[in-house]
Design a binder for this molecule. Structure first.
Ligand code: PMT
Length: 222
């Protein structure tokens, strides 16, 4: 970034999975490694921003110069994101937030049900980016959409339904999106879109931040 387009701006990024505990030894999680979100945080820092990274349970080193807050569950991520985004300019939600959690977390390790099916009741988690979209003074909101089919259709739907400023859609599945070192994104906003072909997540994050900075500054009339 030549002239650091986000100098003096506050950017909050979420990354990684959430873990929803079933009992003291088991949880419901997902395949997110945090690589995409950590690369986004580093790219926002390089664009000149003051960056806070809200990280789910991942084993990645903190990008130098980035403030990191570690969380485990979707509800913890919700509270950490809402606190960190107060007065922030941009929120980029790269985390794969669990949509559901067990309605009850057992205090002791669950025992086998003696041959009977074991039923687990799930409760919906709060929608973090949705909560931000409902605020009267909200940051510029960039969501991600992880889809296994009809990526563009679902992404445009999420952009409108969640009231976002931009959405970064990726196709996930066997060897794509989650865990691996490279990725491709298709960005959508109200009156435009651009496809970013598959490259290393570090490079892709820099391309994403160029578009985010451009759209954000335009939204400010700059
Ligand atoms: O971590 P990696 O291994 O590098 O993989 C990267 C990735 C595939 C996880 C990443 O590129 C990605 O797509 N992240 C979003 C995954 C996701 O959960 O997408 P979604 O379509 O379920 O959610 C849509 C948006 O709503 C996301 O911005 C998500 O952060 C947000 N959301 C979802 C649920 C919820 N309760 N609260 C939210 O804020």
């Amino acid at each position: 970034f030549g002239e650091q387009p986000l100098r003096g701006r506050r950017v909050v990024v979420s990354a990684g999975p959430t873990y929803e505990d079933i009992d003291p030894v088991r949880f419901i999680g997902n395949r997110s490694s945090g690589r995409m979100g950590f690369a986004v945080a580093a790219a926002a820092r390089d664009a000149g921003a003051d960056v806070t990274l809200i990280a789910g349970p991942v084993s990645l080193p903190t990008p130098p110069g980035v403030n990191r807050v570690d969380v485990r569950s979707a509800r913890q991520m919700h509270d950490a994101v809402l606190a960190a985004t107060e007065g922030a300019d941009i929120y980029i939600g790269a985390a794969a937030v669990g949509d559901y959690r067990p309605s009850e977390t057992a205090g002791h390790k669950l025992k086998k049900a003696g041959g009977e099916p074991l039923r687990l009741e799930l409760t919906e988690n709060p929608d973090i980016i949705g909560a931000l979209a409902a605020l009267p003074r909200r940051p510029f909101l960039v969501g991600f959409a992880a889809e296994t089919r009809d990526v563009a259709g679902y992404a445009r739907d999420k952009l409108a339904r969640k009231g976002l400023d931009m959405i970064a859609a990726n196709e996930v599945g066997e060897g794509r999106g989650f865990e691996v070192a490279d990725n491709a994104l298709h960005l959508f906003w109200a009156d435009g879109d651009v496809a970013l072909p598959r490259v290393a997540k570090t490079e892709l994050a820099r391309q994403l931040l160029t578009h985010v900075a451009h759209r954000f500054l335009a939204s400010q009339g700059l």
